[in-house]
Ligand binder design. Structure first.
Ligand SMILES: [Zn+2]
Length: 333
């Protein structure tokens, strides 16, 4: 039902490659983050991922879009896309063929996302799951608690006459952070890359809370505002020339044992993530009812943990799109 090819994971019955960087056929692109981009001209994705991808410079080609929730024929199989809760338009793929069902999660989280339906995991025979945070050290506190800490951080910085600088990845996390900051009543100056993706959200019908306002960053616009910017830009003059800046990075890697040293240029690192944490990953595997589990994109030890629970699990370290930890740490996932 599933094979690992030099181009990555392949569903032969549906003739689909899964998040393959390049492949000699149609590639399912689970969402519009750069580490899931493909050079293949034939793509399957949600309409939202196609729209975001077009704005992110993905090459237009044979893009077949499919909304959440309906079965569509693909080769000798049928395929349904369901929300992965990771970003606007992110999808899990469920394939049904004569021999059974395969679920590929892509990146996902089970906690609410203001811009995506909460992920509900379908049952399947074979599960392929990401495991970015597949180590027991990654148990995120409730998002409400983390957002409360973020709001308090920004209020304290402004009360001290400083500029709160919040760093988040441009697509997905950036808009989630903006949503929570505006709901708390902050006016937010937004880095151009995050602003472009925010406009893409609005063009797709997403709405932001009206208690606060956002504007695209321009020099001189940050007074009295929260500056929402990318993780990399915290080392750029845009941030480093700000007097009395207070920098907060949003990343699940906040719980990494090396986080204090790795992010020593930040005043705070808060574990707001758009990925499942360890407990969500285990719950997802159990709820899927899968007889066979493959893990990709993350901690190889997670498959061993699952085997300890009596589950037939194997880590596919050779997955070509699997990003090394160091890269993920840099991305601030
Ligand atoms: Zn992602």
């Amino acid at each position: 039902m599933l094979e690992l090819t030099p181009h990555g994971l392949h569903l032969p019955a549906a003739a689909l490659w899964l998040d393959a960087a390049r492949a000699p056929g149609r590639v399912f692109v689970s969402h519009a983050h750069g580490d899931h981009a493909t050079a293949s001209p034939a793509v399957l994705c949600t309409p939202e991922t196609a729209a975001i991808g077009a704005r992110r410079g993905l090459r237009p080609g044979d893009v077949r879009t499919q909304p959440y929730g309906d079965w569509h024929p693909h080769g000798d199989a049928e395929v349904m896309l369901v929300s992965a809760g990771h970003t606007l338009g992110s999808a899990m793929l469920l394939a049904r063929e004569a021999r059974g069902t395969v679920l590929y999660t892509g990146d996902f989280k089970r906690r609410p996302n203001p811009f995506a339906p909460t992920a509900v995991v379908p049952t399947c025979d074979v599960l392929v799951t990401e495991c970015t945070f597949g180590h027991p050290r990654y148990r995120f506190p409730p998002d409400a608690e983390t957002i409360e800490r973020l709001v308090a951080f920004c209020r304290d910085a402004l009360a001290d006459g400083g500029v709160p600088v919040v760093c988040a990845y441009p697509f997905g996390k950036g808009q989630e952070a903006l949503h929570h900051l505006m709901a708390a009543g902050f006016d937010v100056a937004v880095h151009g890359q995050i602003a472009a993706m925010t406009e893409a959200h609005e063009a797709l019908g997403a709405r932001f809370p009206e208690a606060g306002r956002w504007q695209r960053y321009a020099r001189g616009t940050v007074a009295g505002h929260v500056l929402l910017t990318t993780p990399a830009s915290r080392r750029s003059p845009m941030v480093t020339t700000l007097p009395r800046r207070r920098v907060c990075l949003l990343t699940g890697w906040a719980l990494h044992p090396g986080a204090r040293n790795l992010y020593r240029d930040c005043d705070a690192v808060l574990p707001l993530s758009d990925h499942a944490d360890f407990d969500e990953l285990v719950a997802t595997v159990r709820e899927s009812g899968a007889r066979t589990v493959f893990t990709v994109h993350g901690d190889a030890g997670f498959a061993g943990h699952l085997r300890g629970l009596g589950i037939d699990a194997t880590h596919l370290a050779a997955h070509p799109n699997a990003a090394p930890d160091a890269v993920q740490l840099g991305l601030g996932l």
